[in-house]
Structure formats: C-alpha cells, structure tokens
Design a protein around this ligand. Structure first.
Ligand SMILES: *Cc1c(COP(=O)(O)O)cnc(C)c1O
Length: 390
C-alpha cells in the first residue's frame, strides 16, 4: 500500500466544492487587493488564536520579517532563534536587518533550549524567535522569563502550529507577535502562498498594516518605507472556508500521532515526546533512529513517503557560513539532522495506512527484508514526490 507523506488531493476531495465556490465568488467580486475577505479572515483568525489582531501577508517568511520589524528589530539588532528550523526563520531575521544568533534545541522537545537562549543573550539582543517546531509549542514560560528579564520581544514562529496550545493558551497569543504560514501543506494551508501575523498589541498591528502596504494608511500618503506583502483576497476567501475545519483536522492528526506512538512502542526507534491533550498540533510526526537512512529507504521501497525536517541545521548551510558557526556548534541539532525521520501525516490519512507505516518500520530496524515484490516502481515516484513536497 503506497502512502503519501502529505496528500493535498485527499483534502481537496473532502472539502467538495466549498473551496472552489469561495474562490469563484471572490474572483467575481473584483476587490482582489485587500478585499472584504481579507478583513473577515483576519478577524476570524485572530479570534481563533485568542488574539486581538491578525494581519494577512503574502507568506510565512514575510510574516516573520514584518513582525520582527514591527516589534522594533532593525540594523545590528541580535535575534536568537533555534538551530533546527526551516531556513526561513533565520532568513527573516536577516531580511529585517537583524543579526542571526542561534541556540541549540532540547533533545526531548526539539524546540529551542531556554538555557541556550540565556547563554546567547548580549546587550545587543532585541528579540527571541521560538519555533513551535512540528506543531509542539516551545517552552514559553521559561522563554518569557528570559525575555522579561532582558527586555526582549518574543515573535513566535507558529508556521507549523496553527491551533496548538501551550498550557491552554493558543499559539499566536503567547508572545509579542506570532507568524503563521498558509503554505498549502501546513495545518491551515491556502491554495498558494499566504501568511499572517497575529498580535494583541494595537501598535504592532498598526505598524504591520503599514509595512505590508507601502507604508500607507491612506492612499498615496506614505508614512514609512513599506513593502507590498499583502495577503491575496482569493486566498483569504479560501482560508475562511478551511479555518472552519482546522480543529477537526488537528484532532485527526492527534489521533494518527497517538496511534503511531502505540504501534511503534518497542520497535527500536525513538518516539516524539508525548504532549498534553490538545496542545500539540502534530504538523509532523517525527521519529529518530541511528538507522534513519535505512528506515527511510526501506519505507520508500514499500512506496511509503517520508521527509526529514531538516537534513541540514541552520548554521551548516552555505548561506549562513558568514555567521561563523562550525560543525559542533549545536550538537543536538546536528545529531537530529542525522537521525530524524518524519512519517506520513495529514488529517485524511486512514488508520490502515498509519498501521501499515508503523508496522513496516520494526522489520526494517531489525534488518529483515520487508519488501513486497512489485513495489519498486511506485517507490521511485514516491521518493521523488516526497522530495518535491519537503
Ligand atoms: C513554512 C515555514 C516558514 C515559512 O513559511 P512560508 O509561507 O513558506 O514563507 C517559516 N518557518 C517555519 C518553521 C515553517 O515551517
């Protein structure tokens, strides 16, 4: 049984024509730039996140950059983020004019280690960007304590954590501001690029509205050097439809995660730490094993797609070599890059598929040949499209 890593067709089919209908209506209205659907989505998404404001932008990367600018990050300000994250987290700091400072992640949670953050703070530090990696909220109490003590802003990278909670509070309401991505495969995904910044601070919200729209509050009155980074109206209309399904989708993800953990117990791989019920958004279900490459290729031969999030820690990318870190600088993130494996995860995954994936792993770890005779052709296409999606 081939299993995709993420199956966007399954989501499209489950929604019937609701998404197409919303898109066609938005298309026919002609208010394509900052139209009524953008404002409605912003209100609904802010409400969903238990925050006062959401400002729609054109991607998660823009959301991070503009949020950093809005909380006051500028030339030379240091911003601390995790060594294991998607590259956009680090790039956004540089785009905002800040200097990237990395901190290692905790081995148990894969989120930024508060002790490492404390050690990285200097007089020039302006903000912390904790990443709710894989949908698991970072250790916000400890980070907030550090931020308060040093007078730092916190911008949550919630791009993988739509609907996650930390001690009952929604991701998006935990820092000064939070950045979300609506890239199609995220827990809440558009049919194209999109993003939002969520905040309860009216000044930060106002600053973001200027930043995303040429620095203008009134047409042709430009108060600051702004950008064109607006959320597309048609995508906002689509996101309004999908937002109504987000809680049910996250509940399915949580069921799949629980089932994976039950079935993989004793298989010889490391399982993700469990989380309080309803807190982890399970964007990804990530196991770890020193046999990672063998497991990945064994699964691929069975037509089961997997991913690695991420195969290269931030400091070891060529683009970040100027930061001056080396191999060995962040041992936990480096070790994770060599051992982690993301299993298929999307709401419409069937329990049979979850069981098939989980039950295929132990024999590979044990070294036996679990290959089915006619799966190699499918396996190639599977791993090719897994690379495309990652
Ligand atoms: C997806 C993602 C981003 C970037 O979002 P885009 O919409 O692709 O620009 C940033 N950080 C993390 C952790 C992400 O997963």
């Amino acid at each position: 049984m081939p299993v995709r890593f993420v199956d966007l067709e399954a989501q499209r089919d489950s929604l019937g024509d609701q998404v197409q209908q919303a898109a066609i209506e938005a298309l026919s209205r002609t208010d394509w730039i900052l139209g009524s659907e953008v404002e409605l989505f912003e209100q609904e998404f802010a409400g969903y996140c238990d925050a006062h404001f959401a400002i729609g932008v054109d991607s998660g990367t823009s959301a991070l950059e503009l949020a950093l600018r809005a909380v006051g990050v500028g030339e030379g300000d240091e911003v601390i983020t995790a060594a294991n994250t998607f590259i956009a987290t680090a790039f956004a700091i540089a785009h905002a004019g800040g200097s990237i400072r990395l901190a290692d992640v905790s081995p148990e949670t894969s989120t930024i280690d508060p002790d490492a953050v404390e050690a990285a703070v200097t007089e020039r530090t302006k903000a912390i960007v904790p990443v709710h990696l894989y949908g698991r909220p970072a250790e916000m109490d400890a980070l907030q304590e550090i931020a308060d003590r040093h007078g730092l802003a916190i911008v949550e990278d919630a791009c993988q954590a739509h609907g996650a909670r930390y001690k009952g509070r929604r991701a998006g309401s935990l820092g000064t501001a939070a950045a979300f991505s609506f890239y199609p495969s995220k827990n809440l995904g558009a049919c194209g690029d999109g993003g939002a910044v969520v905040t309860s601070d009216p000044e930060v919200a106002e600053s973001l509205r200027l930043l995303r729209n040429y620095g203008q509050r009134e047409k042709y009155r430009h108060e600051i050097v702004g950008f064109n980074r607006r959320l597309d109206t048609i995508q906002a209309a689509i996101l309004r439809v999908k937002l109504r399904h987000l809680d049910a989708w996250n509940a399915s993800r949580a069921r799949h995660a629980e089932r994976y953990s039950e079935l993989l117990a004793g298989s010889g791989v490391e399982l993700p730490a469990s989380a309080a019920s309803g807190e982890h958004a399970w964007h990804l279900y990530v196991i770890a094993s020193s046999e990672r490459d063998r497991i990945q290729s064994g699964l691929s031969e069975l037509g089961i797609q997997t991913g690695i999030h991420y195969p290269v820690p931030i400091h070891l990318h060529e683009a970040c070599s100027y930061l001056g870190y080396q191999r060995g600088s962040f041992p936990v993130a480096e070790r994770q890059a060599e051992t982690i494996l993301s299993l298929p995860m999307f709401p419409e995954l069937t329990s049979a598929a979850v069981a098939h994936v989980a039950e295929s792993i132990a024999p590979i770890v044990a070294g036996s040949d679990a290959r089915s005779p006619d799966s190699s052709g499918a396996a190639e296409t599977a791993s090719q499209s897994a690379r495309r999606l990652a």
